[in-house]
Design a protein around this ligand. Structure first.
Ligand code: NDP
Length: 437
């Protein structure tokens, strides 16, 4: 899970790079200039939206002069010793849990050379232990409950700087130790996209760790900390705040419960680990996915019962589509004889030997799992009502991400499966929303 990609692929040309040929998406992000723009621009977007929420009640700011712009830039806080200490302890704690906690070892998908990497699945136990430790720190006064809200700015600068440093290390590590990943020979572009698919130090997998731990858990803990701020300021935690906190908590708890599913995701299978994913995992997720809670702190409105019921129903419906479709594909891949919706599975056998499920959810749309995720995304934004567009940033960005990701996946599958993929698209013509898109 992460920022993922932000643009569709260009022509499906191929490029030979360090021993492996893969679709050349050198220009998927506007080439080196696009990569440079995103590397500088994305952190600024997070700072900008944060300032809009905390200083201007969610209103978008339009700087009219150089002085306005300078004023906005001056608002970017520097890291404080406290923020550095909090994040240092946090990152070290998550790394220690990843290394030390018990959990079964699972094999990832086959790599280009046919081998498989092993991953320790200890997210479920690490997730609950983190809550216990943070709870202990708050109860004993080591950590103020409102730390995430209070330190948001300095924490954000700290993690942005850290993600640049970490990506620099990954860049060097990939060039030094990577073996078969596509690199393009342009330093800016390679820094952004990454120089290795699975950079590891010993058995410590940097990509899986960053994808699954420090950012994801900080996001949910950040929400609860922001809710504590609302309580401190207004003496109450509003229904919308409770909905947002519970929805996000559920999403991530469910993620760890089905942790193994991460091994078949696009990011793990296809994406090199560079600044794009590193920044996405460490900064984008915890600091922008908390915008709804951040907005609600000073908008402690209630909701009519039917509004609450409708939003809960939307989230539950989205969850059912999301989880059921993903698990259906997972089960089908593990055992194609397993019935789908009570009937034998219908599928296409590709010439590569892979099977493409064409019934159940996967007969409704080719990425119906994205629809479920988008329904939940809407349910997370609606509690903020309609006073500002900033809390809707998540669904806007996420829609763009998933639409473009579907197109990129489609291009890759068309290349991989050829006529078999065409047959699948003939049988299942809808991309994400059955009968609509
Ligand atoms: P998918 O899980 O949809 O995987 C796509 C791959 O599945 C294809 O490349 C192909 O790979 C295989 N596949 C496609 N069609 C079929 C079929 N009919 N039968 C069998 N296999 C098929 O992609 P993602 O990794 O993008 O998404 C996983 C989940 O994560 C989604 O629910 C998504 O919404 C969610 N997500 C959440 C994010 C967040 O920030 N909240 C960010 C990104 C994703 P192959 O044939 O090579 O196995």
């Amino acid at each position: 899970m992460g920022l993922g990609e932000a643009a569709a692929p260009g022509a499906p040309a191929t490029e030979k790079a360090r021993g492996r040929t893969r679709p050349a998406d050198m220009f998927a992000f506007g080439g080196p200039w696009g990569a440079a723009g995103l590397t500088i621009g994305l952190p600024l977007v997070v700072f900008y939206l944060w300032v809009c929420i905390v200083d201007h009640g969610g209103a978008l700011l339009w700087p009219r002069s150089g002085a306005d712009l300078l004023g906005l830039l001056r608002r970017v806080p520097l890291p404080t010793p406290r923020a550095v200490a909090i994040y240092g302890v946090w990152f070290a704690l998550q790394a220690a849990l990843q290394i030390l906690m018990p959990g079964p070892w699972k094999e990832g998908m086959p790599l280009a050379d046919g081998t498989r990497l092993k991953y320790r699945m200890n997210g479920w136990v690490s997730w609950w232990l983190t809550w216990a430790l943070v709870g202990f720190a708050v109860v004993t006064g080591l950590l103020p409950a409102t730390f995430f809200y209070d330190e948001y700015g300095p924490l954000l600068s700290t993690v942005v700087i850290f993600s640049f440093v970490y990506s620099g290390y990954l860049h060097w590590h990939g060039l030094r130790y990577g073996k078969d990943e596509a690199v393009y020979g342009n330093a800016v572009h390679d820094f952004f996209m990454g120089t290795a698919l699975n950079p590891r130090t010993g058995q410590f997998d940097h990509k899986l760790f960053c994808e699954a731990r420090p950012g994801l858990i900080l996001w949910v803990i950040g929400n609860f900390s922001i809710a504590a701020k609302q309580y401190q300021l207004h003496g109450t935690i509003s229904t919308p705040m409770i909905l947002v906190c519970v929805f996000h908590f559920w999403y991530i708890a469910d993620y760890y419960f089905h942790e193994e599913a991460i091994l078949t995701t696009w990011d793990i299978k296809h994406e090199n680990f560079g600044f794009m994913l590193c920044f996405g995992d460490l900064v984008w997720v915890p600091f922008t996915y908390t915008f709804q809670a951040l907005y609600l702190v000073n908008h402690p409105h209630g909701l009519p019962w039917w509004g609450t019921a409708g939003i809960v129903a939307l989230n539950l419906g989205g969850y059912v589509v999301f989880r059921w479709s993903n698990i259906q594909k997972h089960h089908f891949r593990a055992d194609p004889t397993r019935p789908v919706w009570g009937r034998p599975a219908e599928f296409i056998t590709t010439t590569r030997g892979t099977l493409l499920l064409a019934s159940g959810w996967w007969g409704k749309a080719r990425h119906v799992n994205y629809l479920g995720d988008l329904m939940m995304a809407l349910a997370w934004c609606l509690p903020c009502l309609f006073g500002s567009v900033v809390p809707y940033f998540y669904i806007i960005y996420f829609t763009i991400l998933l639409v473009l990701r579907e197109r990129r996946d489609h291009a890759m599958c068309a290349l991989k499966y050829g006529a078999d993929w065409q047959e699948y698209t003939r049988r299942v013509p809808w991309r994400i929303i059955p009968r609509v898109y």
